[in-house]
Each structure stands twice: as C-alpha cells, then as structure tokens.
Design a protein around this ligand. Sequence first.
Ligand code: NAD
Length: 298
Amino acid sequence: MSDKPVIGFLGLGHMGLPMAINLHRAGYQLKGFDVVPAAVQAAQDAGIETVGSGAEAAVDVDIVLTMFPSGQHVLDAYAQYLLKSAKPNTLFLECSTIDVAQARQAAELAVAAGHRSADAPVSGGVVGAEAGTLTFMLGAQGEDLEEITAVLEHMGKRIVHCGGYGAGQAAKVCNNMLLGISMIGAAEAFVLGERLGLEHQALYDVISSASGQCWAVTTNCPVPGPVPTSPANRDYQPGFAAALMAKDLGLAASALEHTTTDAQLGSLAAALYRKFSDEGNAGTDFSGIINAIRDGSL
Ligand code: NAD
C-alpha cells in the first residue's frame, strides 16, 4: 500500500494527460476522468486508472486536481458534483489558467464545503508538461505547502509560492500580460528595422545585448534566423498558440477591469491578440502577429 495521496485527476487534455502520466510514473494512484472519451482512452493506454464520471473521480481521494479550459468549467464542476463527492478536508488543486476572481470564488466554495484549496496555474506549455519541467505559480495557505509541493515537483521544476488564494492566477495573468505586450513591441521593432534597411541579425545582435532585451526576442524571436529554435523558423507553428495568448490577455483585461487599473498597453494587447486569433490565426504561434503588423491588417 503506497503512502502517497490518491489523486482524482480531471481534464486529460493537451496539458493534463502528460501531467497525469508523470504522476502515474512517480507511483501515484490516480482516478482519471475527462468528458471526451478519446482523452480517457489515451489515459488508459498510458496505464492510468480512469473512472466513469467526474463525481467518481472525487470519491475517496486525498487531492482533486483539475486541468480545465476555463474558470466556468471549474466553477460548474465544483458546484455540481466535485465538492459534494469528496470526503471532508480534500485538497482541491486547481491547475487551469482561469480568471483571478473565479479562482478566489472556487477557493471560497471549496473551503465553505469543508475542503482545502490551492490555485497552481502553470507555464511551460505541452513540452514542459511532457518533460515534467513546468513552472507552477502557487496560491495556497502556508500549512498546505509541503503537501502540495510534494505532488507538484513530479510535474514541474519550479514552484513559486505567490501568496494566498488566487495569487498564483494573479502572477500568471501579470506575467502573460507583459509577455503579450513585449511580443507586440518586439514585432514592431523588427518591422520598423526592416523598413529602415536593417538586417534581422544585426538588429537582433544589438537588442539581445542592449536594453530592449527580453524573452520575446532572445527565445521566441518573431523573425526567422537569429534564434534557430524560435517558431518563426518553422512557419510559426506553436510554441504558444495565439488563441491561448488571446485567452490569457482576456483574463488580464478582466483583472484590469475588476481592479480599475488603467493599463492601456495591456488592454490594447488583449484587443490585438483577440483580433489576430479570430481572423484565422488561432493555431499560429503568438509571435506570428509580426506578419499582421507587417501587412497592416491588425
Ligand atoms: P485542453 O482543451 O487540451 O484540455 C482541457 C480538457 O478538459 C479537455 O480534454 C476537456 O475535455 C476537459 N474537460 C472540460 N470540462 C471537463 C469536466 N467537467 N470534466 C472532465 N474533463 C473536462 O486544454 P489544455 O491545453 O490542456 O489546457 C488546460 C489548461 O491549461 C487551460 O486552462 C490552459 O489555459 C492552461 N495552459 C495551457 C497551456 C498550453 O500550452 N496548452 C500552457 C499553460 C497553461
């Protein structure tokens, strides 16, 4: 009999399945569930135990981990069956990227139902989920940290405790707002450079060692050439898809509104990525926005 906690794992999609596989490999007993039968099948093929409903995944487990598309999915599942199916004091570990206000609401619902709660959104994408190298941004009570860390360390290499309920989502939203803004800025700089007659490599060599240096340039460079591994070199195959950036910037816009924060660049970045994604580029890497900037279609 393992002394490891039993985990109900709901949401076996692009991120959830490789995360669940890493927990399974580390010896955890999982009760996996997804509303899409093919996702359940893929989990079974990987040797993961699955159950027939979301409610069953919460029965007699120590931790309920959710990896869903949106906050509404989380709140609905919590309210409709997860909270009442779980035994008292179950730890609800919410790893999806959702609205900060919804994350706090989910935590309040869990605590009011006699459970414990933490938000632990991730960065690192599918590649990081597969390799077990995700970064987790954790919003949790101090007394639960050890228990949470013991589980998350099998799926990630860095766990940052950002504060209480919702703090993980808050950190994620701030980081991705900055990333969206900085990618647009990087793309504008390269397009302006082209029109001023600069070679991409020359501009890269300057920016990468000057004050404009940022991840959007040195890791995810929006033009092909200077950073061979950036998506620009493979016709903007993601990487990090524009639809996900548009989603995260929508969450940032919602947080700006909630907090009456006047962040004009964040709001503009949200609008530009929404348009870019909706106009046929949802599956393009977010650095592909340079093409819309270059052709003036944004
Ligand atoms: P996905 O759509 O591939 O997976 C979500 C899964 O949840 C789907 O399989 C869906 O069927 C399932 N689901 C929805 N409602 C359910 C329910 N009630 N019960 C059980 N299963 C349910 O999405 P993903 O790419 O795996 O992303 C998951 C979360 O992680 C999102 O919030 C996303 O924003 C975030 N995220 C994604 C990435 C990425 O690169 N894909 C990176 C960081 C964070």
